[in-house]
Design a protein. Structure first.
Length: 145
């Protein structure tokens, strides 16, 4: 029995052009989407004088309201109707820390701020800390431990 070997004319190289095209499209998608994911809550905070400077911490509960009246819990957009339930869950998960840091755009109506503070109280917050920015040209008080 004789076997014949024929040399094939097929090319054995891998064509990487389609893979490069897909990778470039994915790169562009990630470049466009990433800044939108990182921004989260955007607001122009009210300005004040003699503030106590506190560094931003990721592990604290923060409720925000932007100029359009949208609610954010820890920089994540939430529905206003779900705010009480989600805040309650946050405070139940951390019974030793019932402090809510509250950020609201300076253009938000005062009645909306009062509604948010009522929600915080009903959810179990013992302290509501309003966050504002230091007025330019003024100095803040020394940070407390």
């Amino acid at each position: 029995m004789a076997f014949q070997t024929q040399q094939s004319e097929t090319m054995a190289d891998i064509n990487v052009t389609p893979m490069v095209d897909v990778m470039l499209v994915l790169l562009i998608i990630f470049m466009v989407v990433t800044p939108a994911l990182l921004t989260g809550f955007q607001a122009q905070l009210p300005q004040a004088v003699h503030l106590k400077e506190r560094p931003e911490e990721d592990n604290r509960v923060t409720l925000g309201i932007d100029l359009d009246g949208r609610y954010y819990l820890n920089k994540v957009l939430i529905r206003r109707e779900d705010a009480l339930r989600l805040l309650t869950a946050q405070f139940e998960a951390r019974p030793e820390d019932k402090v809510l840091f509250f950020k609201a755009d300076k253009g938000v109506r005062y009645s909306e701020v009062l509604t948010a503070m009522r929600l915080a109280r009903d959810a179990g917050a013992r302290v509501v800390a309003a966050i504002s920015e230091q007025m330019p040209g003024t100095e803040s008080d020394a940070a407390t431990p």
